[in-house]
Design a protein around this ligand. Sequence first.
Ligand SMILES: Nc1nc2c(ncn2[C@@H]2O[C@H](COP(=O)(O)OP(=O)(O)OP(=O)(O)O)[C@@H](O)[C@H]2O)c(=O)[nH]1
Length: 303
Amino acid sequence: MTEAPFKSGFVTIIGRPNVGKSTLLNRIVGEKIAIMSDKAQTTRNKIQGIYTTDSAQVVFIDTPGIHKPQNSLGDFMVKSAFSALHGADAIWFVVDASMPRGRGDDFIINRLKEIKNTAIYLLINKVDLLAPKDLLNVIASYQEDAPEWAEVFPISAREGDNVSELLDNVVAGLDEGPQYFDADQLTDHPERFVIGELIREKVLQLTRQEVPHSVAVVIDKISRESEEKIHIQASIVVERPTQKNIIIGKQGTMIKEIGTRARKDIERLMGDKVFLETWVKVEPRWRERPQALQTLGYSEDDY
Ligand SMILES: Nc1nc2c(ncn2[C@@H]2O[C@H](COP(=O)(O)OP(=O)(O)OP(=O)(O)O)[C@@H](O)[C@H]2O)c(=O)[nH]1
């Protein structure tokens, strides 16, 4: 019997203030959230929590720009926050069952209408405050002038009602993918770590059996080049010149393809345009030499 492939993906949670987004995330990933969100992150989007099981991993992305009142934001910020939604594997739009649909909801709904090819879930939270007979009316009020919801889940983040069903549902819709984080690994630089894994994933996918899993990716530098662009320098580290040649490919075609695919994923993670520069380095037996790891950037700082 073959094992089912590991699945992973990114879920963006949005909703106006106070609808219960943090409560929901806390229920799903517990104390990890606090630890993650304390860390300074340089990007507009941030990893807010990670849910890991034996067979799947869901990375929850927060897009802070969306939750802020519209008038304190430039058009640009709003646009870039929403641009992050386009690449998510799923979007959870959370509303408060105890309040009528309001302007804040409409603002988000209007932007959600522009999103194609992404499953958008409508989560009706705080159903514990609602008489069961009113639920259908609440759902109906979010079906008018709205995108077609992939799923509608009445939940209570506080009581936990229907939350595990929601998680099972979202995991079922994810594609095969790598485990970006160890189940209990928390890092000072979550985005750095995930960027490395996204690049490594593309190397392994595209070179198939030709390059061993020992390939490492080190993020040398992340800097903001301009208001709208992040510059990332990454090294792909292999042990033999033959592996380097495979990764570079004929006239650089392979490394170009790796870079393009990785850049798209990184852009959706960060919610910004990215300029990705990749170098391939040969470091014989790098795994056996602790100093090599340090020069390569695998210092304790990065974990
Ligand atoms: N009754 C009830 N209250 C809830 C539920 N989920 C959240 N709340 C309460 O709603 C309030 C707001 O919850 P938060 O999780 O902070 O909401 P949020 O959407 O993260 O708010 P912002 O951080 O302002 O965006 C808190 O007082 C929660 O206890 C629920 O399922 N039922």
